[in-house]
Ligand binder design. Structure first.
Ligand code: GTP
Ligand code: MG
Length: 192
């Protein structure tokens, strides 16, 4: 048996893929984002001592006492990324739906430069986020001074006090030696 059938529909759809993560790891290239993902989750991202090691976002699941959170390690942002420098800012769409941003700052800068330069690094990334979307800069953010294993107490103190200018929670950690990771997880759990 055959019927005459009805007229069908034809549509052209543009679909955008966005990863679903609870926590977005952001920062300049080389800050240690992928290293942090590798120690907080079972993910095994590529880690290396040159910028732009991460070309595509990596995801990992962090197990906490009462819940699990998905972490997204994204490529590094640089000044002018919104104008297409480095890897651009297109990948920021993957952290649009995150609840929290964990902003990593590379502590090794304190070995050669004054602490206020750390705050400048922080601001560079914030500015690029803002160019992408206002909603990203309004998200709760934890600032993390990383690589403190190579710093002395005085340098850590100076780094933390420079970053406190942002009036946000600031923590000093070492992703390499796992120092203060428990505190960081606790802080993330509080907000996430
Ligand atoms: N000493 C020390 N080195 C670290 C620490 N965390 C990361 N590193 C080193 O810093 C370099 C960069 O680490 P990555 O994790 O690849 O940095 P990233 O932020 O993911 O870099 P991009 O993907 O290029 O943006 C590597 O050589 C790491 O071994 C740390 O806590 N202490
Ligand atoms: Mg990386």
């Amino acid at each position: 048996m055959a019927e005459r059938g009805k007229k069908g529909e034809k549509k052209e759809l543009a679909l955008e893929l966005k990863l679903l993560a609870d926590v977005g790891l952001i920062g300049l290239p080389n800050a240690g984002k992928s290293t942090l993902l590798s120690v907080l989750t079972k993910a095994t991202p590529k880690i290396a001592d040159y910028p732009f090691t991460t070309l595509e976002p990596n995801l990992g699941v962090m197990t906490l006492e009462k819940k699990n959170l998905v972490l997204a390690d994204i490529p590094g942002l640089i000044e002018g990324a919104s104008m297409g420098r480095g890897l651009g800012i297109d990948f920021l769409r993957h952290i649009e739906r995150c609840k929290i941003l964990v902003h990593l700052v590379d502590g090794t800068k304190l070995l050669t430069e004054p602490a206020k330069e750390l705050y400048r690094d922080y601001e560079v990334v914030r500015r690029e986020l803002g160019y992408y979307s206002k909603s990203l800069i309004e998200k709760p953010e934890i600032i993390v001074l990383n690589k403190i294993d190579v710093l002395n107490k005085k340098q850590i103190k100076a780094g933390l006090s420079a970053l406190k200018k942002a009036k946000k929670p600031v923590l000093a950690i070492s992703a390499a030696t796992h120092e203060s990771l428990v505190e960081l997880k606790r802080e993330i759990e509080k907000i996430g």
